[in-house]
Design a protein around this ligand. Structure first.
Ligand SMILES: NC(=O)c1ccc[n+]([C@@H]2O[C@H](COP(=O)([O-])OP(=O)(O)OC[C@H]3O[C@@H](n4cnc5c(N)ncnc54)[C@H](O)[C@@H]3O)[C@@H](O)[C@H]2O)c1
Ligand SMILES: O=C(O)C(=O)C[C@@H](O)[C@H](O)[C@H](O)COP(=O)(O)O
Length: 518
């Protein structure tokens, strides 16, 4: 395992929690204070008495340097170890857990311990001074912080273990690479991505209001969070709603260094990204997707936009986020139908690039529909990895990115004809069946049955109303992929071999519709 370092003030529980964490991770535990005492051949209070604090700090720097180089497991540092700049530099690349505790509880936890030389006289005042002095240094080195006040060791260990399991996919955007954090509790990492913001606009809907409150509360003193509630789903993805948000930003005096945070499904993150792209010609946006679809698709890649009378997503901008915090805990409140809709885009990633996704879903569709099942984490990470590989080199859809539109030509037509009342993922599911028929009709690959069966196993629709071909064709003719009057489709030459083609005839298109609706 990789090294995990525990820091924090006296009484925060570094040794106790460190030991429990090591046991939970089945990894060795090491205590830097014990190393110092071993090296000196006497207990730490005796070092303070005999040689003084400066000598102790020199021993500590060396003990920590050695432990960081040698140890592979959990390492607890003494409370003052971060005072050394050389130690803080060494911690820059490590995973550092900062244990916090409030003063009253720290006093209680330390008062019976006579092994703490700095706390022998006036412990409360001394602890307060040490905590005030060292807090900025713990913050400087922390990967994340956990408040231990009033909590038991098992509870703390479970939270730290979950936070350590966070995976990061980096989107190598040409202008500014950005991280997509995937795991449980990633929402709490927001403070790392505030930059120089003194104002944060948290955009959300009624369904994500409690979470938006929590996100606002993560902003430290000096950073003012304003919550802005949007109409739900596609009703929020309009120019009129964007304009209301811009007016609110103006009233707040929102500047170029301030930050927009989108907390919600794909509709919220699309709107939040669009608002951020246009305000002052571009301010930073961080996405906290709360739907599966938002996490695996909408929040990643920098496509932002609104719907207009002309069609779906026809007005928008490419505006990559500063970071995406995919918190798997949020999916547990998603209705099954919305989980399934998100899985439609996951399955799309399987067909265009990563067939292991299809194998996983086919092996156990019910597990894929259970937000608490570990397979969901794997599916999410795989789908995001597919998206990151595509949008990194091609933000503006100059070529490769079009493959992400597999199934979407027909899907966007359904969405428009249904006045955006269909779930996006449902429409994409039907669109992929249409694309599968086109693959077969144009002599490429026959994945029709596999497509229908994997989607149906998730409870997704695989067919559409008959008798609407003329309306559908009309909408497909204004698809964004088209070049002039030439329609372009994303098809598959084989599984995971997508291709963008411009020679699908009118008869083939109609035939695919007939087969879809038969
Ligand atoms: N920008 C892109 O690259 C991209 C990619 C895919 C989709 N999209 C867009 O994303 C939108 C679809 O996203 P969506 O499927 O998330 O729809 P959505 O945002 O409308 O959310 C679906 C429903 O789930 C609710 N919801 C969200 N999170 C919840 C939670 N944790 N618990 C309970 N309810 C919750 C919402 O309030 C909403 O009612 C479409 O507008 C689509 O065009 C954009
Ligand atoms: O990110 C992309 O590029 C995609 O095409 C992802 C699609 O899954 C997504 O539905 C996107 O909203 C479609 O974009 P659009 O440009 O076709 O509106």
């Amino acid at each position: 395992m990789a090294l995990v370092v525990i820091v924090g003030p006296p009484g925060s529980g570094k040794t106790t929690v460190g030991r429990a964490l090591a046991a939970a991770l089945d990894a060795p535990f090491r205590d830097a204070d014990a190393d110092i005492a071993d090296a000196a051949g006497k207990p730490i209070p005796d070092i303070f008495v005999d040689e003084g604090e400066d000598h102790f700090r020199a021993l500590e720097r060396e003990a920590v340097r050695r432990a960081l180089a040698e140890h592979d497991g959990v390492l607890a540092l003494g409370g003052g170890a971060v005072l050394a700049e050389s130690t803080r530099k060494l911690l820059a690349d490590a995973t550092v857990v900062h244990l916090k505790v409030d003063l009253g509880e720290a006093v209680k936890r330390t008062e019976i311990d006579k092994g703490r030389p700095l706390l022998q006289v006036n412990p409360r005042a001394t602890l307060r001074r040490l905590m005030d002095e060292r807090l900025p240094l713990y913050r400087e080195v922390e990967t994340f912080a956990i408040d231990t006040t009033g909590r038991d060791v098992d509870d703390l260990t479970a939270e730290i273990t979950a936070k350590l399991a966070v995976r990061t996919v980096t989107v190598n955007d040409a202008e500014q690479p950005y991280p997509v954090l995937i795991g449980r509790g990633t929402t709490d990492r927001l403070p790392e991505f505030l930059g120089k913001a003194s104002r944060v606009a948290v955009l959300h809907t009624a369904s994500t209001a409690p979470l938006a409150e929590r996100v606002g509360a993560l902003c430290p003193d000096g950073v003012e969070a304003t919550l802005m509630e949007l109409p739900d789903a596609e009703d929020g993805k309009t120019v009129a709603v964007a304009e209301q948000v811009w007016e609110a930003l103006g009233a707040e005096g929102f500047t170029r260094t301030d930050l927009v945070v989108g907390v919600g499904g794909g509709a919220v993150t699309d709107l939040a990204g669009f608002v951020a792209a246009c305000w002052l010609r571009g301010v930073a946006v961080v996405h906290v997707p709360t739907s599966l679809l938002g996490a695996v698709d909408a929040a990643v890649g920098g496509k932002t936009g609104v719907n207009t009378a002309a069609g779906k997503n026809l007005v928008g901008a490419f505006h990559p986020p500063r970071a995406v915090l995919v918190d798997l805990d949020h999916f547990t409140t998603l209705p099954r139908r919305d989980l399934a809709a998100g899985l439609a885009e996951v399955v799309k990633a399987g067909f265009i690039s990563d067939p292991v996704i299809l194998d996983l879903v086919e092996a156990d569709p019910e597990a894929a529909l259970d937000a608490a099942n570990p397979v969901v984490a794997e599916l999410v990470e795989r789908a995001i990895a597919v998206k990151a590989e595509v949008v990194g080199p091609d933000l503006k859809e100059g070529g490769l990115r079009a493959i992400l539109n597999y199934g979407h030509t027909f899907a966007h037509a359904i969405e428009k004809l249904e006045h955006y009342r269909w779930r996006h993922g449902d429409a994409v599911a039907v669109g992929m069946v249409y694309a599968a028929h086109l693959n077969a009709i144009t002599g490429r690959v026959d994945l029709v049955e596999r497509t229908k069966s994997v989607l149906a196993s998730l409870g997704l629709p695989t067919t559409y109303e008959a008798g609407r071909w003329d309306d559908i064709l009309k909408v497909m003719k204004i698809d964004k992929k088209n070049v002039g009057a030439t329609q372009r489709f994303v098809l598959l030459d084989a599984l995971a071999e997508p291709v963008v083609v411009d020679d699908v005839t009118a008869d083939q298109q109609r035939e695919a519709y007939e087969r879809l609706t038969a």
